[in-house]
Design a protein around this ligand. Structure first.
Ligand SMILES: Cc1ncc(C[n+]2csc(CCOP(=O)(O)OP(=O)(O)O)c2C)c(N)n1
Ligand code: SF4
Length: 288
């Protein structure tokens, strides 16, 4: 049986020392091993950003896609080969700016993949511009007088879009984060896990200390019930979205693939797609 070490490769991450993404990578590798996967049973698809490099740092199938397009690729991989566990990942810019349309539609579609967003509330790779997760008033080189836009609340947005698994974590909480990724992988449907993953180089506001001071663990909120969408929304609003843990899970709704009528038993990736000469000649006669 594989251990987390089997999900390591020999590529050295070029993230800045102290970047939160290191822990997200470690949690992903641990979770994959803990749920009993072998490296060839996992596909990690990522977008573009510092966080997007993660697919190259894990020993599994990997696809480093284009900015904001991790989810269309990941959904295609899952549709073609449902036997693979598919994890999509990227930054808050990737998923909540350019890729927001894909995020909302993947959520409501409920395809059985896990989406891990490394939320540093800034654009890291392009050297520190405001992201849709940056708070109003946030100063960067793209908003030198402070952002005049409101930050998006991805967890509230996901609940509104009909998500069946919504969770949030902090990159230093390795144990909790690993457990949430395991739960997300096991969930039969789309799971969104937003991880506060500090950018130590460009974000001098939302630092490790800032998150420690401002985050509330749902496990410490009396009477919290992750099966109640209403309570989830109320709690998010009360804490300005700054909670960690399993926010909401609906185990009753079927996944996209379970609902496709006549969906082939054999994944497309394993199907015999060869054509015999007679059929090929018939096709070419008709179409060419
Ligand atoms: C279509 C397209 N638009 C813009 C860019 C430039 N670009 C690359 S990464 C990025 C944002 C990075 O921020 P985020 O997605 O939050 O990831 P991080 O680097 O913070 O991990 C942008 C705007 C691009 N590569 N492709
Ligand atoms: S710039 Fe920020 S997000 Fe990118 S690797 Fe460095 S610390 Fe991480």
């Amino acid at each position: 049986m594989a251990t987390f070490k089997d999900f390591r490769n020999n590529v050295k991450p070029n993230w800045c020392p102290g970047c939160g993404d290191f822990s997200v990578q470690a949690a992903m590798q641990r979770a994959a091993a803990n749920v009993g996967l072998e490296p060839e049973q996992l596909a990690v698809v990522s977008g573009i950003g510092c966080s997007g490099r993660i697919s190259g740092y894990i020993n599994s199938y990997g696809f480093h896609g284009i900015h904001g397009r991790a989810l269309p690729i990941a959904q295609g991989v899952k549709m073609a080969n449902r036997d693979l566990t598919v994890i999509a990942s990227g930054g808050d810019g990737d998923g909540f700016a350019i890729g927001m349309g894909h995020t909302i539609h993947a959520i409501r579609r409920n395809i059985d993949i896990t989406y891990i967003v490394m939320d540093n509330q800034i654009y890291g790779l392009t050297k520190g511009q405001t992201s849709p997760r940056s708070a109003a008033g946030f100063k960067t080189k793209s908003t030198p007088q402070g952002s005049i836009e409101q930050a998006i609340s991805p967890m509230e947005m996901a609940l509104t879009a009909g998500a069946t698994f919504v969770a949030q974590s902090f990159s230093t909480d390795l144990k909790d984060l690993t457990a949430l990724i395991e739960a997300g992988i096991k969930h039969k449907g789309f799971s969104l896990i937003n991880v506060f993953s500090p950018c130590v180089t460009y974000n001098k506001v939302n630092t490790y200390d800032w998150f420690k001071e401002n985050l509330t663990k749902l496990s410490e909120v009396e009477g919290y019930d992750s099966s109640s969408r209403e309570l989830a929304m109320q709690t998010l609003m009360k804490h300005d979205g700054l909670v960690t843990g399993l926010i909401y899970q609906n185990t009753e709704r079927k996944s996209y693939q379970e609902l496709i009528s006549g969906y082939s038993e054999t994944p497309l990736a394993h199907a015999d797609l060869s054509l015999d000469q007679k059929f090929f000649d018939k096709l070419t006669a008709e179409f060419v």
